[in-house]
Design a protein around this ligand. Structure first.
Ligand SMILES: [Zn+2]
Ligand SMILES: [Zn+2]
Length: 769
């Protein structure tokens, strides 16, 4: 098995044919849809007049039209977001105005923000390669040695950092950055679509704090944002920065043709008729496809959602390749965050050169930007958004060449829906990035951070949207009001975690070594870190010995149990206030504030592989209270009867509709099903009706429930379709089962859930999505 034959010789259709040949009978093909994305020729334009000769020469080529358009807008002082596909050269669009300015004004500075260190390191290498005098680019993050920091503050004119560093170090120490901030000409926000939900809402305020302090020193930077393709990027970028932002979305870079196949692993034969049917796991299926792709001699990248999953796919693929051709397994590697930068680059180079034929990797952001032009990309499980799907698929295909992308569905409602509804993936705008800077649980702490950096003046309040919130902070004693403004008068700084709103995160510590493995936000800690829980970290498993809530520490030891653990909880929702509603006769749709009380009361241990319940063990944990935003619908008992749902079936019908609704919400908002919770009940004390609640799992809400309310008929229609089109009889993980159900997925009534959703949809007024 020697050379890379490549897809030129084989063609995507032939490769796909080979992939399916081994595993389908004529009438039961795993391929549910094939979409051909046509090639596109690139459009270059001459460099804009204002770009200095030195920079044009350093690049050595002409820009694509979208790069020039975005760059010229930024050069003219307009805040701009460039939202185009993978490998469309977004960096050139922000480098050009930023570097032109640095060359023209020897004192100007630029701040670059990226969500990952790997991406910042890529950018730094690209900047250094340009070899421009006097720019002195440098990364400034948690790894930067103390002795280098001072030099960077004084001398670097292009500082690459991340929002956490900005929040924890740069802004609080702004006095030392005074000169840099005064001269700040551009702020670049790369991969800005990753700032969503609670994290995005925090970052929005971090950026407002940056703007305020820059202004204090006399700096008025122009913001240039780069985004994956997303729905309404101008609106999301405006929410993020608090500034009017112009979007450039027309991609003028060349693209090879891609054949995109949707793939559903087969149902497994089940011995026990009482257990729900399950599909072959997406991991095993992906490993098989990767094996066949390598045997066919194509360079292939498999994206797997978890680190452990990536390792598993690589190991399975190596094993079966070695069985086929001894030694061939060596040409497959796993690739994930946590590897050293040098190792990652070495792996990427080996894949590009053909020395390696396949990689199993976690998400696209960790990969170097140069890693494109592969023969095939396998996507193991829907990555959560259409934006990331296209980003991952975008790694396949060279200009003028042909490539194959395959989405392998996991056994869950959203994946199942998508492989049977290709129209939801193709030829449809990608979802909007949702964030909500007005969340009081984000706004309050962020105002404290701002006040600690420099007293808040009345004029600042409009910037943060904090007119009302600041009075609450004075009343609670967090801030002190003086004639000149609002002051942080406490010792130390406010402790604010950008990724949560529920207090200090819980540290996971290995007892034997004292090593900190990671942190879990408080909201999830009861379910994930209770005594006896199996905790996963970078592919290794640990058992929790003790959870100390006061100290916010969980002690664990390494172990490899052959069971998994599943927490059970009891949840209660009470309505605090209704913000908006739709009165649709027997059906009501509401958006409002709720109090959620939930208590993890026990956990089940289940055997890995079979799902057999070994036992249920009690837990003694306090109830948790959460005030958040929810969307809910009610339906009258008479209407339920008319829809054929007898009183005895109501709990199972509503519960199944709730699960599927949560599973499908990521279709319309960039959330994860783990960001959301739900409750269904045949008679709720506040609504006096059968009710299904879906709420944001973060205090104060993160914008998800609000988005669900605004697109309710599209959301519930997709939910109904997902349940109805699932091939199982009585419900399975592909439709109404939930991996995070606090009730052990009981009761669930698939057929009656469809009847409920039909009745709700018939009553609700139609709206666009
Ligand atoms: Zn099903
Ligand atoms: Zn449930």
């Amino acid at each position: 098995m020697g050379v890379v034959r490549g897809l030129e010789a084989l063609g995507p259709a032939e490769l796909l044919h080979r992939l399916r040949a081994r595993r389908s009978s004529a009438d039961d093909s795993p391929v549910t849809h094939i979409e051909r994305v046509e090639a596109r020729a690139g459009r270059t334009v001459p460099w804009p007049e204002w770009v200095p000769r030195e920079l044009r020469d350093a690049y050595g080529f002409e820009p694509w039209e979208h790069q020039a358009t975005a760059a010229s807008l930024a050069h003219g002082g307009r805040h701009v977001v460039l939202a185009t596909g993978t490998a469309s050269g977004k960096s050139l669009a922000y480098q050009t105005p930023a570097l032109s300015r640095l060359l023209a004004d020897p004192r100007a500075t630029v701040l670059y923000l990226s969500p990952t260190k790997a991406l910042a390191a890529d950018q730094l290498r690209a900047l250094v390669r340009l070899g421009l005098d006097g720019v002195r680019p440098a990364t400034y993050d948690g790894d930067t040695p103390r002795e280098e920091r001072e030099w960077i503050r004084q001398h670097s004119r292009f500082v690459l950092t991340n929002p956490d560093m900005l929040h924890h170090a740069l802004l609080p120490g702004h006095a030392r950055w005074a000169t840099f901030l005064r001269r700040l000409s551009y702020v670049v926000i790369d991969e800005c679509h990753t700032y969503r939900g609670v994290f995005g809402s925090h970052v929005a305020h971090v950026l407002r704090r940056l703007r305020r302090l820059a202004a204090l020193y006399g700096g008025t930077p122009t913001f240039v944002l780069a985004s994956a393709t997303s729905g309404d990027p101008a609106d999301a970028a405006s929410r993020l920065t608090g500034l009017p932002v112009t979007a450039v979305t027309e991609d003028a870079s060349p693209r090879g043709a891609v054949t995109f196949a949707l793939w559903e692993p087969p149902l497994l034969p089940h011995e026990d008729p009482d257990l729900p049917p399950t599909r072959r796991s997406a991991l095993s299926e992906t490993a098989d496809l990767l094996t066949d792709a390598v045997v066919a001699g194509t360079r292939t990248l498999a994206f797997v959602r978890s680190r452990r999953g990536a390792e598993v796919v690589a190991t399975m693929t190596r094993r079966s390749l070695d069985e086929a051709v001894p030694g061939l397994g060596e040409r497959v590697a796993a690739y994930r965050a946590g590897y050293l930068k040098e190792d990652r680059r070495a792996i990427e180079r080996a894949l590009m050169s053909g020395e390696l034929l396949a990689l199993a990797s976690t998400n696209a952001l960790e990969l170097g930007v140069d890693l494109v032009g592969l023969d095939a990309v396998l996507i193991c499980g829907y990555p959560g958004t259409r934006a990331s799907l296209w980003q991952q698929a975008g790694r396949a295909g060279r200009a003028g060449g042909e490539a194959l992308a395959v989405l392998v569905a996991r056994d869950d409602p959203l994946d199942t829906y998508l492989v049977h509804h290709p129209e939801a993936l193709f030829g449809r705008p990608v979802e909007a990035t949702v964030l909500d800077p007005a969340n009081p649980y984000v706004l309050g702490p962020q105002l404290c951070c701002a006040a600690a950096e420099a007293p808040l003046r009345p004029a600042d309040l409009a910037l943060f949207g904090g007119e009302a919130a600041v009075d609450d902070l004075v009343r609670s004693g967090a801030l002190r009001k003086r004639p000149s403004g609002w002051y942080w008068t406490h010792k130390g700084r406010p402790e604010v975690d950008l990724r949560g709103t529920g207090g200090a995160p819980v540290a996971v510590v290995e007892s034997a070594t004292g090593r900190l493995l990671g942190t879990v936000d408080q909201g999830s800690s009861h379910a994930m870190l209770h005594r006896g829980a199996v905790y996963l970290h970078q592919g290794a498993t640990y058992l929790v010995d003790d959870l100390d809530l006061e100290e916010a520490v969980a002690l664990v030891h390494a172990a490899e149990p052959d069971w998994s653990t599943h927490a059970r909880d009891v949840t209660d929702v009470s309505v605090v206030s209704v913000r908006e509603y739709v009165d649709a006769g027997p059906v009501g749709l509401f958006l409002g504030t709720v109090d959620v009380s939930s208590q993890v009361v026990s956990y089940q241990r289940r055997r890995i592989g079979t799902g057999e319940v070994l036992d249920t063990r009690p837990l003694d944990l306090p109830a948790r209270e959460l005030r958040t935003v929810a969307v809910w619908f009610t339906i009258s008992p008479q209407e339920l009867l008319r829809a054929g749902v007898e009183p005895a079936d109501v709990p199972g019908a509503l519960h199944a509709a709730e699960h599927a609704g949560i599973g499908l919400l990521p279709l319309i908002a960039t959330c994860d099903r783990w960001d959301i919770g739900g409750l269904s009940t045949a008679n709720h004390v506040d609504t006096q009706s059968p009710t299904v609640f879906v709420y944001d799992g973060h205090p104060g809400g993160a914008g998800f429930a609000e988005r669900a309310y605004g697109t309710a008929s599209a959301w519930l229609r997709a939910t109904r379709e997902a349940v109805a089109s699932c091939g199982c009889e009585t419900g399975c993980p592909s439709c109404v089962h939930s991996p995070k159900c606090g009730n052990g997925n009981n009761p669930l009534d698939k057929a009656k859930a469809i009847a409920v959703l039909d009745a709700v949809l018939a009553a609700l007024p139609h709206q666009g999505s």
